[in-house]
Design a protein around this ligand. Sequence first.
Ligand SMILES: Cc1ncc(COP(=O)(O)O)c(C=O)c1O
Length: 422
Amino acid sequence: MPLDLDRIRAQFPALALEDDGRPRVYLDNPAGTQVPRHVLDRMRDYLVHTNANADGVFRTSAATDALLEEAHRAVADLLNAPSWREVVFGQNMTTLTFAFSRSLGREMRPGDEILVTRMDHDANVAPWLMLAEDLGLTVKWLPFDPTTYRYDLTALDDLLSERTRLAAINYASNALGTINDVKTIGEKVHAAGGWMYVDAVQYTPHAPTDVQALGCDFLVCSAYKFFGPHQGMLWGKEALLERLTAYKVRPASDALPVKFETGTLSHEGLAGTLGAVEYLAWVGATMAAEHHGAYAHFPERRRHVHAAMRAIADYERPLTARLVAGLEAIPGLTIHGITDPAHFDERVPTVSFTLEGRHPREVARRLGEENLFVWDGDYYAYEVIRRLGLDACGGMVRVGPCHYNTAGEIDRLVAAVAALAG
Ligand SMILES: Cc1ncc(COP(=O)(O)O)c(C=O)c1O
């Protein structure tokens, strides 16, 4: 059964909002998604009924402990992690990565090499550049081909050596939409003796994420990109997390995952993240039965979440095709990303473009006036915009649908862009 958009949209109160009679069209999803009732209910319920600090010996604190563990278990389900103890919560992906880079740096020596890319969001670049600066590491850059919008993997073998300690790689680009073959890249990085640190922030909202199938060492994502609250998560292989030194206060436990979760967590954020996974499980249970068989060996919630993500990917592919075809037909418009429908399984629905004679900020503002929410600029994909030579002219306009967007909304966006071009 395909996704039932009426039932899905009914879960998201924000999708029903209108301003001066004009419905809101949220195409700013790569910057942050709207939240379903499951998230709102979980957060409210936590704050009203069980708000307390962790580790106390009374009712609300015990309930808090149970909820925090359940949120870790939920994210383990989302990522198909072997253990909930491998899930570390933190403020956001950027903060987690800066903090975690210090722990990884304890394992590195001057002259060691790290690999970063020209396609990544700067949150998966700057922490590693600063670590390299602090420790005297050598930085290698993996380029992407600005005509195919894919990593130039012919360059990879030459960039890896026996001194490679880490590769920081993007699963899906927040600017180009490209889905990268992180499994194959990871195999090469591992063969060289390095660790694979995957930024899955833009991938997790669109397709099933499976850390075991990927074989990576660390993977980061953010709940506010997959229908949850503003909250980040890092997954790491248990043995590695055990081995690494955490920067933490002395009385804090050395047990996983607590040793990396410095200070008091956002309990309501974890409650909301649990709600986001429960929402996806609801989608999987009610609208993705045809995909259950593929995950028959998973426990129930995990099976439902992964089936939901497959159904979401199936729904989003024709939506992407509609968006790309509509935009491509507009004179003077250039899409910077994969446009061949035969390769739409290598992209998420995020589509960035430039329009001749129009500054991206002006395009985004004019669309905003029509309650069509899109992004403009570099969205911190700093190297991408420079590589495309668009840094001096305002970057690109980014349209980012997700599974709650409709074909009608895509048509409205395309018509509005066409009117601007005309
Ligand atoms: C690909 C990618 N990585 C990392 C980030 C940073 O995530 P956070 O806001 O959780 O730090 C973003 C945010 O847009 C992103 O798109």
